[in-house]
Design a binder for this molecule. Sequence first.
Ligand SMILES: NC(=O)c1ccc[n+]([C@@H]2O[C@H](COP(=O)([O-])OP(=O)(O)OC[C@H]3O[C@@H](n4cnc5c(N)ncnc54)[C@H](O)[C@@H]3O)[C@@H](O)[C@H]2O)c1
Length: 474
Amino acid sequence: MRQDVAARECLSRRNSPAVERVIRLHAVAQVNEELRRNYSEEVVQLMKIAVIGLGYVGLPLSLQFAQSGVTVLGLDVDTNKVDALNRGNSYIKHISESTVATAVKQGSFSASSDFSRVAEVQAVIICVPTPLNKNREPDISYILNTGKAIGRNLQKGTLVVLESTTYPGTTDEDLRAVLEIGSGLEAGKDFHLAFSPEREDPGNPNSKVASIPKVVGGFTPECLRRATELYSKAIKTIVPVSSCRAAEATKLLENTFRSVNIALVNELKVVYSEMGIDIWEVINAAKTKPFGFMPFYPGPGLGGHCIPIDPFYLTWKAREYGQHTRFIELAGQINTSMPEYVVRRVAEALNDRQKSVNGSKILVLGLAYKPNVDDERESPSYVLMEKLQARGAEVAYYDPYVPVIRPTREHAHWRGTKSVAWNQETISSFDLVLIATNHACVNYEELGAWAKLIVDTRNAMVNVTTAEGRVWKA
Ligand SMILES: NC(=O)c1ccc[n+]([C@@H]2O[C@H](COP(=O)([O-])OP(=O)(O)OC[C@H]3O[C@@H](n4cnc5c(N)ncnc54)[C@H](O)[C@@H]3O)[C@@H](O)[C@H]2O)c1
């Protein structure tokens, strides 16, 4: 313990980077040691926290803390969400109403739009969006606005943790600055600051917040200790790292890894297709290798709030250091070229039937960006619908999880468009069905029997027997 005090004193005097790194690694080792000894006594202490941003990340995290004996105040600028939650309703498909209602009834969770209530809590976790702006540069305005709202109400001793995915330096530079200016307090001295990336796996029923290891980096060794203590209340395995930047960089590595590997199989899909080889068969064979291989699957392009966006946070930051992220750029090029490839395959399939895209009725099956979720943000289905429409096709979509298209910034003109019904008369009225998302609840046997022509970007029809030339892979 004396060593720890000495370490913190050293750190507050601002040593050389090499010495600071030694101190930070020492702090990580200490936290690991404390984790081994288990925090159980401190864990049972009553605690009240705020989670800001009650979306796909913030809401499940709030409920996990609420189920673990912590009192959670959920804060969001969207009053519709706040009202829904306080009524015990859920607006996310995989979060049940009963989980929300139970937490509200027990008093372990409540929602509000009153940010002055940050003054009531011991810790604040920020889960707000981090999109790209129209020039594809990081837009951290949501983080900064949240930081300003917290700063005005920040009390001494509070822990502030950022979870939104972002470039290294956001927490200890950008967020720290707005918090310090707003509160007049000093990070690492008057309040604690940390970064801990979220690892949500939407659509995976076996993915539980409590069992996914949580990486945590602190602004100082004491910040790390506080953040570890907080997350230990709700999450089984904590992975301390030496700084906020190391934690921020960890998340970017994870998402870049996915983006690059998806680009690889997307490229091989096109190459192998020209050779008459089916990429799906190849991946299924390759994944039998018991070591050194991990399967990734091709698709119509990238979607969602993470993989198409996060790596470009790093690209932007790397430029400040005169560095280029060539893998990220190349993966981005390949992945964003996929919708164009798919549209070409649609044209080939129609051409085979003496039809053109222009004037054809095309149904896009699946608007969500991945199977079994209701999240259609950044979905390549929008790009496909727009490209087909631009070529003169009459386009509709079917998605049981997205019955009507919500307002979106990027694809505003689809707002209010409704999913078609699932029945033989409707499905057979289209010249072609383009499978963009392979929701498990879709009856692919029925699709095979009803649809005149199918272009399949997800290998969804692999086990369905259809007439020769009815299904085209893309
Ligand atoms: N969705 C995922 O699977 C996932 C996984 C890992 C990491 N992330 C990251 O987590 C962060 C949040 O993503 P999400 O998917 O939960 O986003 P989301 O859009 O589902 O939720 C964000 C919430 O923040 C609210 N909000 C916006 N500005 C606010 C403000 N100033 N103050 C308070 N609330 C505000 C919005 O109303 C919304 O409810 C992003 O950085 C994202 O990259 C997301």
